[in-house]
Write a protein that binds this ligand. Structure first.
Ligand code: PLP
Length: 382
C-alpha cells in the first residue's frame, strides 16, 4: 500500500465519479441529438452542470464545460477585443499557474506581472497603482487581470474579492483561476466579483481532462478557442465528453465535506515535523491557506533527496509544482516570494485529499524523521 500525498498534482478518482463515468460510457447518444438517446445524454450533461454550479455557488447557465483547467484559463485570457487593433493589457500575479503566465492570446509584451509579498499574497496597493497607470497612459483602453484563488504550491489564498473592486474601479475585467480552490473553499464568497472563473475536476476526485469556465455575465468578451457546432452556448464547440462531465458532477456533489479533518491532519503533520527540525520553514504559514496543502523546507536538505527517499518508503509527494514538467526545477512561486535558492531547493509540497488517512500522515512523519536524521548526521560529520 502506498501513501499518496500529492492531491494538488491530481487527486485519485473517487469511486462515485468512476461509477458515473461508466454509466455515461454506456449511453449511445450525442447530447445534441433530439431523439431519446440524445436526450438521455443531454440529461447527464445538465445534471452534472447543476452539481458543478451548486459547488461553485453560481447558476448552472454560467458553467461552460471545457477539457480542463488549462483550457478554461487560456479561453479566459483570450478576450475578443484582442483581435482588434487597439492596445490591451493583461496583468497576472507572479504566482500564477503556467497556463496563466503564458498569457493566453496576449503578446508577451502586453503581459505585466504583479508582485506578491513574502507570504505569497498579492500586493493589492501595487496592483491598483498598475491599473491606474495603465488607465492613464492608455486613455482607458481595456485590460484583463488574472489572480488565482489559491496557489497550487503553497496553498496561499488570494484576496480575489478585494481585487475585483480595484479592477472594476478602472473598468477592467477580473479572471480567477480557482482550480485548486473548488471543492475545498467557498468559491462564491472568496471570488465574489470575479467576472470569469476557471475550475477543474481532477483536483478533488473527478477525472482528468474535465473542467469549466464560469462566465458570470452575458456579454463578456470571451472568444471561443474552439469554434464549430455551437455546443456550450458557442463558448466551446465539440461534442461533449459526457463521461468526463458526469464524473466531474459526481465528484462535485461530494466535495465540500471532510476538509476540517484534512486540515487537522495537515496541521498535525506540520507541528510534528517542526518539533523534529528546528530550522523548518513552512511557506505561506502566515497567510490564509488551503486546508490540505503544506509546502515545507529545511535549508540544505535537498527536495530531490527527500522525494526519492519518501518514494522508496512508499510515499508520494512533490517538489514545488509538479503540474507540468515532472522534473525538479526552481519554483517561480517561491522566487516571487523572495525565498533564497538554498531554502527553495529544499521545498517539498505535501497535499492531502479525500483519500488521506491518519495512517498516511503517521507514515510520512516517520519516514521524514528518518530522512531528516540521516541529513542531520551528515551535517554534523561535515
Ligand atoms: N491552475 C492551477 C492552479 C493548477 O494547479 C492546475 C493544475 O494542473 C491548472 C490550472 C491546470 O488544470 P488542468 O490540469 O485541469 O489543465
Amino acid at each position: 500500500m502506498r501513501s499518496y500525498l500529492d492531491h494538488n498534482a491530481t487527486s485519485p478518482l473517487r469511486p462515485e465519479a468512476r461509477d458515473a463515468m461508466l454509466a455515461a460510457l454506456a449511453l449511445p447518444g450525442n447530447a445534441s441529438s433530439v431523439h431519446a438517446e440524445g436526450r438521455a445524454a443531454r440529461m447527464m450533461v445538465e445534471d452534472a452542470r447543476e452539481k458543478v454550479a451548486a459547488l461553485a455557488g453560481c447558476p448552472p447557465r454560467q458553467v461552460v464545460f471545457t477539457g480542463g483547467g488549462t483550457e478554461a484559463n487560456v479561453t479566459a485570457l483570450s478576450p475578443d477585443w484582442l483581435t482588434g487593433d487597439g492596445p490591451g493589457r493583461l496583468f497576472v500575479s507572479a504566482i500564477e499557474h503556467a497556463s496563466v503566465i503564458r498569457g493566453g492570446r496576449f503578446a508577451l509584451n502586453e503581459v505585466e506581472t504583479l508582485p506578491v509579498d513574502s507570504n505569497g499574497v498579492i500586493d493589492l496597493d501595487a496592483a491598483r497603482e498598475a491599473f491606474a497607470s495603465w488607465h492613464k497612459i492608455s486613455g482607458g483602453a481595456p485590460f484583463l487581470v488574472s489572480l488565482m484563488l489559491a496557489n497550487n504550491e503553497t496553498g496561499a489564498v488570494q484576496p480575489v474579492a478585494q481585487m475585483a473592486e480595484r479592477v472594476h474601479e478602472f473598468g477592467g475585467l477580473l479572471h480567477s483561476d480557482a482550480v485548486q480552490a473548488l471543492g475545498k473553499l467557498r468559491v462564491e464568497e472568496l471570488a465574489a466579483g470575479a467576472d470569469l472563473i476557471s475550475v477543474s475536476a481532477h483536483k478533488f476526485g473527478g477525472p482528468k481532462g474535465a473542467g469549466a469556465l464560469i462566465v458570470k455575465r452575458e456579454g463578456l468578451p470571451v472568444a471561443a478557442m474552439l469554434r464549430g457546432g455551437g455546443q456550450e452556448r458557442g463558448y466551446r464547440a465539440g461534442t461533449e465528453n459526457i463521461a468526463a462531465i458526469a464524473g466531474f458532477g459526481a465528484a462535485a456533489e461530494l466535495s465540500l465535506a471532510g476538509w476540517d479533518q484534512i486540515e487537522a491532519l495537515r496541521d498535525r503533520l506540520e507541528a510534528q515535523v517542526a518539533e523534529i527540525a528546528s530550522g523548518l520553514t513552512v511557506f505561506s504559514q502566515d497567510a490564509p491557506r488551503l486546508p490540505n496543502t503544506s509546502c515545507l523546507a529545511v535549508a540544505g536538505l535537498a527536495a530531490e533527496t527527500l522525494l526519492i527517499g519518501l518514494d522508496l518508503e512508499g510515499i508520494a509527494v512533490s517538489a514545488g509544482s509538479a503540474c507540468s514538467s515532472g522534473k525538479v526545477a526552481r519554483s517561480h512561486v517561491l522566487d516571487a516570494m523572495g525565498v533564497g535558492p538554498e531554502l527553495g531547493a529544499g521545498a517539498i509540497r505535501v497535499s492531502l485529499g479525500w483519500s488521506t488517512t491518519e495512517n498516511d500522515i503517521e507514515r510520512f512523519i516517520a519516514a521524514w524523521t528518518r530522512l531528516y536524521g540521516k541529513f542531520a548526521e551528515r551535517r554534523q560529520a561535515a
